[in-house]
Design a protein around this ligand. Structure first.
Ligand code: 1SD
Ligand code: ZN
Length: 253
């Protein structure tokens, strides 16, 4: 499995002095005037994204709040959209800031969003906990989240239950009938690049898909993420990394 789960964020630099210094690190700023449109990047096919998740559990792992599920025959999957394999959904988690001007990991034309959601998927030919060691192991979907006066019902499953995971706790949220589809932007336009985990051990084994259009979260809902009992998690974003030799591609539709 992945060893970093129980380490506090403040301990990362000492524990991983070398592994996070590669040339294909994440997150990055995406400059829309520099991206290359790729006509082979058509719509991603979302399988079972409309199905209610199987045994979703909210977990405070010390560096984010994540949602784990149990695999079953209805596990959500992604394919196509330039992906050369089928990737199964593993977990989703959030990065967010203490103020509206900070929080997202990726930036778009240098714009920072107050929050970013990562839907982590693993190549179904690998074991779930091994996939991050292979070049084609992980596909993460990144969704920018902006603030709206109105609540977004899709995020209630998180905002209403955060109070049960203060401290390093887990909480079963099966009763919220959550689907992944409800969390995605309506517009399918996306950016694609080759990068890394944004947390140690920073493996450069992630095919990143960053949706161009944000979804919304209610101002009252994001306040729950900024609760003082989650002080250790707030501002859990990694700074922008250099693009180096990489090209960011944009989907065509
Ligand atoms: O921060 C997450 C980490 O919790 C873990 O999910 C890892 C994948 O196993 O991915 C990173 S991230 O790159 O998705 N931020
Ligand atoms: Zn993340």
């Amino acid at each position: 499995g992945i060893e970093y789960l129980n380490l506090r964020r403040s301990d990362w630099p000492e524990n991983w002095p070398e592994t996070c210094k590669g040339k294909k690190q994440s997150p990055i700023n995406i400059d829309d005037s520099e991206v290359k449109i790729n006509k082979n990047l058509r719509d991603i096919k979302f399988v079972n994204y409309d199905k209610v998740l199987n045994n979703p559990v909210l977990v405070n792992n010390g560096h984010s709040v994540k949602l784990d599920i149990e695999d079953d025959s209805n596990v959500p999957k992604i394919q196509d959209g330039g992906l050369k394999a089928e990737y199964k959904f593993q977990q989703l988690h959030f990065h967010w800031g203490s103020e509206n001007t900070t929080g997202s990991e990726h930036t778009l034309n240098n714009k920072i969003y107050p929050m970013e959601m990562h839907l982590v998927h693993y190549n179904s030919k690998y074991e779930k906990d091994e996939a991050h060691n292979y070049e084609d192991g992980l596909a993460v979907l990144a969704v920018f989240i902006k603030i709206d006066a109105n609540d977004n019902n899709a995020f209630s499953a998180f905002s209403q239950n955060l109070k049960f995971v203060y401290g390093n706790d887990s909480y079963d949220i099966s009763s919220s009938d959550l689907t992944l589809q409800a969390l995605l932007p309506k517009d399918s336009l996306y950016y694609r690049y080759q990068g890394s985990l944004t947390t140690p051990p920073c493996n450069e084994t992630v095919i990143w898909t960053v949706f161009a259009n944000p979804v919304t979260i209610g101002i009252e809902q994001i306040k729950e993420f900024r609760n003082e009992s989650l002080d250790d998690l707030v501002n859990n974003f990694r700074p922008i990394q250099n693009l180096n030799d990489r090209t960011v591609e944009k989907s065509y539709n």
